[in-house]
Write a protein that binds this ligand. Structure first.
Ligand code: MN
Length: 342
């Protein structure tokens, strides 16, 4: 048995909403990762199993390696089918918001989501949820939304409706957000849940290869290049910075997900406590940060890059040139040293 965690009031309210719904639309954040896709698909599998018409919509495309998760082919990508995605969010009996804490995290779907009058249930593990939902199940202490979703489903007495497909999707989410149980992974109950998911048929070895050990040759070369040529150590702040321009990404035929995990790499170096990765996208500079221990990259991201996230994993954006983004960050180094380095 695992501890209950989720407030009974929220379970009761969510149960009423689900019982009263025929159509359920599930939505997650932009650039959906294994946790966003895994928890969305798992919810869809279980809701379908109990007779609901459940659909998953995503704001934009997701990494190719996630396309093999059961049900991924049915996902409606709003980047390709915006009107259909908007219709699903509007003409529905219930919206399930998974793995994000505010509407703007759904990118092009934010306005539709906010305008939709359908009741909403939020299930998420990011800090400071700011979304008008009828039920807000927010547990920032949980390592993955998929893990929180498993607990939620159990509390709704839907454990028996978690089939092999749903189990695999939940495990994929848990593995993604813990880096294959490498961080945020000291909650013993995680492993009780893993045991249940494996018992239901989830193939952890297959997921391991799918999520962590499948790279194109271009992707491998891009990551090697980034470490060899672009990793700058910042010993004065115990930090590291990797910056990749659009030209560099294009040279290695970058596709979404190719730099997933790159930001974690410098943390392997003794003395590096936080790592920053900036990637030039078509409309902005995407900033990701990771850290060890109590170095709060969520504060760095929110104070300097209009973003946020978790203590050890956060992200933000910069609007301007790549050089300006780097200069903006470097201007803050002495401040960062004063604030966070003892
Ligand atoms: Mn997540």
């Amino acid at each position: 048995m695992i501890s209950p965690k989720i407030d009974q009031k929220n379970i009761d309210r969510a149960k009423d909403l689900i019982d009263g719904a025929e159509r359920v639309t599930i939505v997650c954040h932009t650039g959906p990762d294994g946790d966003a896709i895994g928890s969305s698909l798992a919810a869809a599998h279980v809701l379908t199993a109990i007779g609901k018409d459940a659909k998953v919509v995503v704001p934009d495309s997701f990494m190719a390696n996630l396309h093999d998760l059961p049900g991924a082919k049915e996902i409606v990508d709003a980047a390709k089918y915006f009107d259909f995605a908007a219709k699903l969010l509007t003409e529905t009996d219930l919206v399930l918001c998974l793995d994000f804490n505010e509407p703007r995290r759904t990118g092009r779907l934010a306005e539709v989501l906010t305008a939709s009058t359908a009741p909403k249930i939020l299930i998420d593990h990011h800090l400071d949820p700011d979304i008008e939902a009828d039920v807000v199940i927010s547990h920032p202490e949980m390592p993955a939304t998929a893990y929180l979703l498993f607990r939620f489903l159990c509390r709704l007495e839907l454990f028996n409706f978690i089939d092999k497909a749903a189990a695999e999707c939940i495990l994929a989410g848990m593995m993604t957000d813990t880096g294959n149980f490498a961080y945020n992974c000291n909650d013993p109950e995680l492993y009780i849940v893993v045991a249940e998911l494996v018992r239901k048929g989830a193939d952890k070895e297959k997921l391991n290869n799918m999520l962590f050990n499948t790279f194109s040759a271009h992707c491998m070369r891009l990551n090697a290049y980034a470490i060899l040529r672009k990793m700058e150590l910042l010993p004065e702040v115990k930090g590291s910075l990797i910056v990749l321009s659009r030209d560099e990404l294009n040279r290695f035929h970058y596709t979404r997900g190719d730099t997933e995990g790159l930001v974690n790499k410098p943390l392997a170096i003794p003395g590096v406590e936080f790592s920053v990765f900036m990637r030039q996208e078509s409309d902005c500079i995407r900033v990701s940060m990771r850290s060890r221990g109590d170095f709060p990259v969520n504060i760095l991201c929110s104070d300097y890059f209009g973003g946020g996230g978790h203590l050890n994993a956060a992200g933000g954006e910069f609007y301007g040139t790549l050089d300006d983004a780097v200069a903006h960050f470097k201007e803050k180094l002495s401040e960062i040293r004063k604030r966070f380095i003892g």
